[in-house]
Design a protein around this ligand. Structure first.
Ligand code: BTN
Length: 290
């Protein structure tokens, strides 16, 4: 666990710092870019992908002025407190499998946090939790030239060293940071390297038709199965019991009548232990953050 603690000589994020000691075979081997500030690392990575950036290109920013989350939410990205980065991938797969890539990345981030000695949870489809509070999220976007799929950009945001008062008032119950959870400042560089190493591993399995293995790992980190959930669907809201994810990456929810619903796109907005009190911490964070 010590290897992840911030040292007094911790350097700022830089290309050299990210590369030094990075144990990947191809991810970040050709192209790593570190910016002081960007609107969104996903925007920059998408531009680069269209200009031919190789698979494994990494775009990191110390802060983002227009960081984006799922469903049009914004991702608050305070300078130097978190990790905000995007990876260019070129999977030879149908665009319809992209949601599975988000789940795969979730496993990678959870596995990296697990190697810190903490017990992260995953909330379908893209939330990473610590103590039932959101600590990170994933935004997967396809890159198209006309109709032709060119690449996929995997954007990852993690609250690493954000202090309590660095989280907006409205999110005090909903979001956390690794530092708040562990009680010590964390090395962002080591955590970034650990996430990259895990992404390479789990993405490799995803590409080699190993999604069953990904699925098993996802279920190990699953924080919602067996809980009562309210899910916002594009046209309606569903209340029921979360019954886990299916092999196609959809979420299964059983309503009070026992009917199973497969959710392809939606957002878990409330979650509680069956019969127990509402757990506000697992409500989906409103626009504005994790
Ligand atoms: C979510 O929880 O809805 C996903 C949040 C993803 C945030 C990351 S930060 C790096 C990358 N750049 C962005 O603009 N968004 C992603």
């Amino acid at each position: 666990m010590d290897i992840f603690l911030e040292t007094p000589t911790e350097k700022p994020l830089s290309v050299e710092a990210v590369r030094q000691g990075l144990q990947t075979r191809w991810l970040g081997r050709h192209s790593v870019l570190v910016f002081e500030s960007l609107d969104s690392t996903n925007n920059r990575a998408k531009q680069m992908a269209l200009q031919g950036a190789v698979e494994g290109t990494i775009v990191v920013a110390e802060t983002q002025t227009d960081g984006r989350g799922r469903l049009g939410r914004s991702w608050i990205s305070p300078q130097g407190a978190g990790l905000y980065f995007s990876i260019v991938l070129r999977p030879r797969t149908e665009p319809t499998r992209l949601p599975l890539l988000t789940l795969t990345a979730g496993v990678a981030v959870a596995a990296a946090l697990h190697s810190l000695g903490v017990r992260p949870g995953l909330k379908w489809p893209n939330d990473i939790l610590l103590s039932d509070k959101k600590v990170g999220g994933i935004l997967t976007e396809g890159v198209f030239s006309g109709q032709k799929p060119e690449a996929v950009v995997l954007g990852i945001g993690l609250n690493v060293n954000t202090p309590q008062d660095g989280l907006p008032d409205s999110l005090q119950d909903l979001a956390t940071s690794v530092r708040l959870h562990v009680g010590r400042p964390i090395s962002r560089i080591r955590l970034l390297q650990a996430v990259l190493e895990k992404v390479e591993h789990w993405y490799g399995l995803f590409c080699d038709d190993g999604f069953d293995t990904v699925l098993r790992a996802w279920r190990q980190f699953d924080a919602t199965t067996g809980r009562q959930v309210e899910v916002n669907l594009p046209q309606s809201r569903l209340v029921g019991t979360a019954d886990g994810i299916c092999s196609d990456g959809t979420l299964l929810v059983r309503d009070a009548a026992g009917t199973a619903h497969r959710i392809l796109a939606g957002d878990i907005v409330r979650c509680r232990v069956k019969g127990g009190p509402a757990m506000p911490s697992l409500r989906s964070a409103p626009a504005g953050h994790a």
